[in-house]
Design a protein around this ligand. Structure first.
Ligand code: ZN
Length: 142
């Protein structure tokens, strides 16, 4: 199973956006850590089991392997830091970072209506999941 937090494991265009996002958040006064970048389908299925077949956890995702933008190297998750410590429950800090993400043209999970995913940012350049699944992954560099 692969669950990377390395920026280098993202799509080249997304690496650029991720580094700019970190810099923009810092300029807005918020330090962030990147907690997840590329995941393989196996790890995504492991996450999907949480709160379903794995009853010891709450649900953490609605995406199975192949259904997450992380599987296509076009998404990353972040957490705001205060004095180096992750602030998972500080909605205000997440919103400040989300604003930076949206200014960069990223889609921020905090804006989703059905399942709010505050740490999540993605950039598909308008490609749908089924297009990504069929291999249309190079387009975001065009
Ligand atoms: Zn995510």
């Amino acid at each position: 199973m692969i669950n990377s937090r390395k920026i280098e494991d993202l799509h080249p265009k997304m690496q650029e956006l991720c580094r700019q996002f970190i810099a923009d958040c810092l300029a807005a006064g918020v330090e962030v850590a990147i907690t997840s970048t590329y995941r393989d389908n196996e790890y995504q299925n492991f996450l999907y089991a949480k709160g379903r077949s794995d009853k010891n956890s709450k649900k953490v995702t609605n995406a199975k392997g192949g259904d997450s933008i992380h599987n296509y190297r076009l998404a990353f998750d972040f957490v705001p830091l205060l004095a180096g410590k992750p602030q998972w429950n500080d909605l205000d800090l997440f919103k400040r970072c989300g604003a930076c993400a949206m200014l960069l043209g990223l889609e921020w999970g905090g804006e989703w209506t059905s399942f709010k995913d505050y740490p999540h940012c993605q950039f598909t350049n308008g490609l749908t999941l089924s297009q990504l699944r069929s291999g249309k992954i190079s387009s975001p560099t065009d």
